[in-house]
Design a protein around this ligand. Structure first.
Ligand code: KG4
Ligand code: ZN
Length: 348
């Protein structure tokens, strides 16, 4: 079985090819074109600009991915249908629909958050070879648009345990960087500054830490950083580092405490993290420490698969086909694929 996957939900245009049978699969191609440099000057992703860039890049990248080959060697097409920016999604979905219909190949719409979870299969051979041993698993999916605790009972079988009530954690990192004039995207910059800062220097709140559920809130934490800055007026370099460290410590504590609590309550066999924020070193270290205490294996993706990519979409489609849990659109049905900007992972 050979699958060509397309991803264009935000500011990365990506294509990948996976092939294999059973748990024996390989990623043959993996191409990501990131628009970050373009959006940096605006301080964040501009949806209209992102969509235009996807339109420009998607077909040249397709030619690069296929090389000398033709679509005839591909058995299925997969595309991220949501969640994400609607105009960006539309580009990928329209391209995939046209290709699938013209080449008479079935099309699988894939959920982007499910894709992030499957980035763990790309990076952990133990999980890839023995995944049944690790279900149910608790997935903490943390990105610029989402903060979700998902109970993965098996392939394609999800229960949403909690989500953010306001800002996503990646968004909070981005906004804190903006408040401090540090640039975009904020996560890598704030965490780098935090390395040399004192995380006890500022007493920042832990919103909803004891809410008794698995939901999150990061907007108050971001506002607390803003008020701190307003109070301080002339802020030194050292103070910026201290604010970054104090903010990061608060954000990570919220994520780790709720994840561990949910892991215990739902008696999972493993924990996974995924999404852009799973690149965060402190989050990895703290979660490793706490999951070891309760004897649970922790999986996380290699850094190159924490951000958006099509390899994770290809893997999600692959397991969807293996386990017959995905919609497979054929013939005229292909045109029913559409962008679903708020598609929830647990909805088929
Ligand atoms: O998954 P992703 O690439 O795109 C979305 O689907 O949103 O996630 C991007 C987010 C951004 O908010 C970025 O600031 C954050 O991931 N991020 C980080 C780190 N690297 C990226 N946040 C905290 N620490 C990092 N090291
Ligand atoms: Zn993403």
């Amino acid at each position: 079985m050979r699958i060509l996957a397309l991803e264009s939900s935000c500011d990365e245009t990506a294509l990948a090819i996976i092939s294999g049978s059973g748990s024996d699969w390989v990623l043959e191609k993996d191409i990501v074109y990131s628009q970050i440099a373009i959006h940096q000057k605006y301080g964040g992703v501009v949806p209209e600009v992102a969509a235009r860039k996807h339109a420009e890049t998607i077909f040249p990248l397709l030619t690069e991915t296929l090389g000398e080959e033709k679509l005839a060697t591909i058995d299925y097409l997969a595309v991220t249908a949501g969640p994400g920016l609607v105009a960006s999604l539309l580009l990928g979905v329209t391209a995939a629909r046209s290709l699938a219909y013209a080449a008479a190949k079935p099309l699988l719409p894939v959920n982007h958050m499910e894709g992030h979870i499957y980035s763990n299969w790309l990076s952990n051979s133990e999980l890839k070879n023995n995944d049944q041993k690790y279900f149910p698993s608790l997935a903490l999916v943390v990105s610029g648009g989402h903060t979700e605790l998902v109970l993965m009972k098996n392939h394609g079988d999800y229960q949403l345990l909690g989500t953010t009530q306001d800002d996503a954690v990646g968004e909070a990192f981005d906004k804190v960087a903006k408040i401090l004039n540090l640039g975009y995207p904020g996560g890598p910059i704030v965490s780098k500054e935090a390395l040399e800062g004192d995380d006890q220097a500022y007493k920042l709140p832990r919103p909803m830490l004891n809410s008794g559920d698995y939901n999150f809130s990061f907007s108050g934490l971001k506002t607390a950083v803003l008020y701190t800055l307003e109070r301080e007026k002339n802020i030194s370099q050292a103070a910026v580092k201290n604010i970054c460290a104090s903010f990061q410590a608060a954000a990570v504590e919220l994520l780790v405490k709720k994840t561990i609590k949910a892991a215990q309550e739902f008696q999972v066999k493993s924990i996974m993290i995924a999404g852009g924020v799973s690149a965060n070193q402190l989050l990895r270290e703290e979660l490793k420490k706490e999951s070891t205490k309760i004897s649970l294996p922790l999986f996380y993706p290699e850094l190159k698969y924490t951000g958006d990519n099509a390899a994770m979409i290809a893997v999600a489609a692959y397991y969807g086909l293996q386990n017959k849990n995905k919609k497979i659109l054929k013939g005229e049905e292909i045109f029913s694929a559409k962008p679903l900007s708020n598609w929830q992972i647990f909805l088929k």
